[in-house]
Write a protein that binds this ligand. Sequence first.
Ligand SMILES: Nc1ncnc2c1ncn2[C@@H]1O[C@H](COP(=O)(O)OP(=O)(O)O)[C@@H](O)[C@H]1O
Ligand SMILES: [Mg+2]
Length: 281
Amino acid sequence: MWSELGVRTTLQGEAPAMDSFLKIEGLAKAFQPARPVFADVSFALARGEFVCIIGHSGCGKTTILNVLAGLDRASAGHVFMDGRELVGPSLERGVVFQSHALMPWLTVRQNIAFAVKSRWPGWTRDQVDAHVRKFVAMVGLLPAIDRKPSQLSGGMKQRVGIARAFSIQPKMLLLDEPFGALDALTRGSIQDELLAIVRQTQQTVFMITHDVDEAILLADRILLMHNGADTPGGYKPGGIAEVVVNPLPRERTRAGLHHLDGYYDLRNHIVDFLVTRALAH
Ligand SMILES: Nc1ncnc2c1ncn2[C@@H]1O[C@H](COP(=O)(O)OP(=O)(O)O)[C@@H](O)[C@H]1O
Ligand SMILES: [Mg+2]
């Protein structure tokens, strides 16, 4: 389907043509039985794909991510990864939250080593340390490797969180507004770093953001989610309204984004969804 702006969209559930590595079918979550936060959520991710989900606060983005992480249970529906149904958390999936969730009494090196040792219990100290250093270097933090979180800026702490999530080489990386608490400048440079790392590692990523430009920069496809709402016909749960395909070349950069053909149409389409369709239907 094509919107009036020439933006290509698909209905939820339509998988990309490649193999569906992650498959979500008919997911629903109700904290109050009669008013599910969302229902009938279905989508798929191909291996190596970067998918962002965007929607207003309260529509259920974090709840979906927690179900994918195995930290919460859905009220209905199924999640499959590599053909197997997911139950409970696993080191196959790495998670980065908005707040960094580092252990304050451990240094950067020790925080990441802790995760690496859990993933590969048989590794020697030297193997663990070499692996840790590689991922700390990847986010440019080698000079701070022996500092504790309290001695780091907010941006540095989020970088450590990202390095830790990548260091366990998960099949799937789950990011919940990882840059939400950062100032614009820091946020921009970490977005660029993340993009470079993802291109290099071919990591499959599912990321929540409320920043339209962040989604356009990073995502191959963008899921637009609407909130649950009371309508004249009764309560309607939240869900995925549509899936937008990012037509911009994959080699895009933050600085060059707004010069690309199709950028403004894509941006306007998403902003228009958030302003006019995401809350009321
Ligand atoms: N543990 C919980 N108990 C009750 N309600 C919850 C719980 N967690 C989330 N909710 C509610 O579910 C809705 C979706 O929350 P959330 O997934 O955090 O939204 P988002 O991340 O899109 O802002 C919100 O209305 C929130 O208040
Ligand atoms: Mg949230």
